[in-house]
Ligand binder design. Structure first.
Ligand code: NAD
Ligand code: MG
Length: 395
């Protein structure tokens, strides 16, 4: 039996993970489940999966969960806060950690899992975007195994040669073709984008996901974060990554080799496929995902993304090229801008403006220590809050 901690168990990825784990109870034992503040959902998951630990980031929520579990499942220990999250990410009885917290909140626990030498199933791309070099060093120094859950990166991982860490040239890879659906506003007239609502932005045409990543998919900041994620995971640069708009989301990404071969991974848009792949790797197991009906798909389209429509993609590539803590600053500004948009404090079109202003006014640092990353993250959040007020809707 393999023990697993699921960070962010109540979210979209967390629930898909528990669905896959529930199909293989003979192979995996859920050791810990965590959530931010959704007591009812985590309580229900605790009764079903009987972990040793349940963690709520929010202390009041932890108190309420402990009261409810006291009667129903007194053997489950309830922990609270960042310390609790870091603790369950490094438990000796959990060999695997699913990192599925959204945003910067996931950095410390995900890093704790890497430092403890776990098999880290990485959904929380923001953690890697913020701390790229530091995170990859922690993985190497502690013999952790890093497997991507992001569908594109999981696809790339499946298409890459096994020794890809040696570098593209040595293993004969020419470039990555990173696919993107283009989100709900791929064809919306540009002059209408100013008035799109949070409800329209989170209604993704192909994938069902959390609110933050859904808005990121609409702006294509998600693809920008994924370019950065791919650079760290696969030891490459933005120059060797071509973003491809592929509205059907059937090909999840491709790898081109120097001999002209292009390998692709295809499947239905259901995150249980990459989750089951990373859990079972190097074996394969059932994920619950139905067969791809290639006949009903019938056609696949590919176009070049328009950076006028998707300025966030350009900003992310620029931040990666600038290096140091620039990507952490980009990520922090984006988190604040997306939240402000969801709260109807700024227009959709103000999201890239807020981020660009923050990147322009911030000082990035080349020393990528955790302290420096968190300090620059905090400063960028404060700057972004000021920009939100400047760009705020007045009605
Ligand atoms: P979600 O909003 O559905 O779930 C987020 C989870 O994180 C919840 O369990 C929540 O309780 C927890 N959480 C939120 N804030 C927290 C905090 N401050 N402290 C501790 N826990 C906190 O998000 P999601 O869609 O499941 O995405 C999770 C991560 O996976 C994101 O980084 C996202 O980019 C990535 N991802 C998601 C998908 C997808 O299909 N949903 C695909 C690829 C990558
Ligand atoms: Mg993705």
């Amino acid at each position: 039996m393999i023990g697993i901690t699921v960070l962010g168990a109540t979210g979209s990825i967390g629930r898909s993970t528990l669905d896959v784990l529930g199909r293989h109870r003979d192979r995996y034992r859920v050791v810990a489940l965590t959530a931010n503040s959704q007591v009812d959902k985590l309580y229900e998951q605790c009764l079903e999966h009987r972990p040793h630990y349940a963690v709520m980031a929010d202390a009041d929520a932890a108190q309420r969960l402990a009261e409810r579990l006291h009667a129903a499942a007194p053997e489950i220990a309830v922990l609270a806060g960042m310390e609790g999250l870091e603790q369950v990410a490094a438990l000796p009885e959990a060999e695997y950690v699913m990192a599925a917290i959204v945003g910067a909140a996931g950095l410390k626990p995900t890093l704790a899992a890497a430092r403890a030498g776990k098999r880290v199933l990485l959904a929380n791309k923001e953690a890697l975007v913020m701390s790229g070099r530091l995170f990859m060093e922690a993985v190497q120094q502690n013999n952790a195994v890093l497997l991507p859950i992001d569908s594109e990166h999981n696809a790339i991982f499946q298409c890459m040669p096994t020794d890809f860490a040696r570098g593209f040239e040595r293993v004969g890879v020419r470039r990555i073709l990173l696919t993107a659906s283009g989100g709900p506003f791929r064809t919306t007239p540009l002059d209408q984008l100013i008035s799109v609502t949070p409800e329209q932005a989170v209604a993704h045409p192909n994938w069902s996901m959390g609110r933050k990543i859904s808005v990121d998919s609409a702006t294509m900041m998600n693809k920008g974060l994924e370019v950065i994620e791919a650079c760290w995971l696969f030891n490459t640069t933005p120059a060797q990554i071509q973003v491809v708009l592929h509205p059907q989301s059937v090909i999840h990404s491709m790898v081109e080799y120097v001999d002209g071969s292009v390998l692709a991974q295809l499947g239905n848009p259901d995150m249980r496929t990459p989750i089951a792949h990373a859990l079972a790797w190097p074996e394969r197991m059932d994920s619950g995902v139905s067969s791809l009906d290639i006949f009903s798909v019938a056609r696949l389209d590919f176009t070049v993304p328009d950076l006028n429509r998707f300025p966030c993609l350009r900003l992310a590539v620029e931040a990666m090229l600038a290096g140091g803590t620039s990507s952490a600053i980009l990520n922090a500004a984006n988190e604040v801008a997306v939240e402000a948009f969801l709260q109807r404090r700024i227009a959709y079109t103000a999201i890239p403006r807020v981020i660009e202003s923050v990147l322009t006014e911030s000082v990035a640092h080349s020393a990528e220590t955790l302290e420096q990353i968190l300090a620059d993250d905090a400063a960028a959040r404060a700057a972004a809050e000021r920009q939100v007020i400047l760009h705020g809707v007045t009605h």
